[in-house]
Design a protein around this ligand. Structure first.
Ligand code: PEP
Length: 256
């Protein structure tokens, strides 16, 4: 059982899904479904759905986030969205370094670090994703890869701002594949991440840090994963697109 005082964070990453009408319908169903949640409930929606999501979630316990940002405040970066723009829109969370962005959009450890700093130094929460590929796991390199990503993401992040940073452990081989990490694998790596943070900062900072698991979490496996000592929530892709499934995961996070 997770006996810590860390409040769990269940965040739904919608990825590039939901038209405006579909987004509104999903949020309408989610609001009553998760209203009694004891965990934090976050929806990470496409940029164009942010304004609808913020309006609809006002006065509810659902918090709204974006799936990416640029690290600069403004400038000649065609097609990009800055942190100040997200703040103006009312966003509270930003996903940084999702493996799909690392894989398809050239995100590097360096850009992840710059984005994470831009997000937390401006007062928003950054959900920084780390995780190994199947080849890396099979080669026995999981800790080496994840440790390097965590250290790079936290480079030059001050103790003053670290409280706004959440790390999501997302093994790449488990994302969108239906293949979930075993509870042992999830706990082992989340614990390793906490140890890494402890070595970089302090016991207290490591103990307070929210570390999520992500990768094919669903209503059937959520309770077991969310009960793990070092797993403080979930980053959920596919199962966040249906209100019933997302509610079931939120309920699983509420189980003591
Ligand atoms: C994700 O998008 O971060 C994710 C974990 O996706 P899925 O739950 O679909 O594996």
């Amino acid at each position: 059982m997770n006996g810590s005082k860390r409040k769990k964070v269940i965040a739904g990453n919608w990825k590039m899904n939901k038209t405006a009408a579909e987004a509104a319908m999903l949020i309408e169903n989610l609001i009553p479904a998760v209203k009694d949640a004891e965990c934090e409930v976050v929806i990470l929606v496409p940029f164009l759905n942010i304004s609808t999501a913020i309006k609809m979630c006002e006065g509810t316990n659902i918090r709204v986030g974006a799936q990416n940002c640029h690290f600069a405040e403004s400038g000649a970066f065609t097609g990009e969205i800055s942190v100040p723009m997200l703040i103006e829109a009312g966003v509270e969370f930003v996903v940084v370094g999702h493996s799909e962005r690392r894989q398809y959009f050239g995100e590097t450890d360096d850009s992840v670090n710059k984005k994470a700093k831009a997000v937390i130094e401006n007062g928003l929460y950054a959900i920084v994703c780390v995780g190994e590929s199947l080849e890396e796991r099979e080669a026995g390199d999981t800790e080496k890869v994840v440790g390097k990503q965590v250290k790079a993401a936290l480079f030059d992040v001050s103790s003053e701002h670290i409280g706004k940073l959440i790390i999501a452990y997302e093994p790449i081989w488990a994302i969108g594949t239906g293949r979930t990490a075993t509870p042992e694998q999830a706990q082992e790596v989340c614990k390793f991440i906490r140890e890494t943070v402890k070595n970089l900062y302090s016991d207290e900072i490591a103990e307070n840090m929210v570390i999520q698991y992500g990768g094919s979490m669903n209503p059937g496996n959520a309770e077991e994963l969310l009960a793990l000592e070092d797993v403080d929530g979930g980053l959920i892709g596919g199962a966040s697109l249906k209100a019933d499934d997302f509610k079931a995961i939120v309920d699983a996070a509420n189980v003591k």
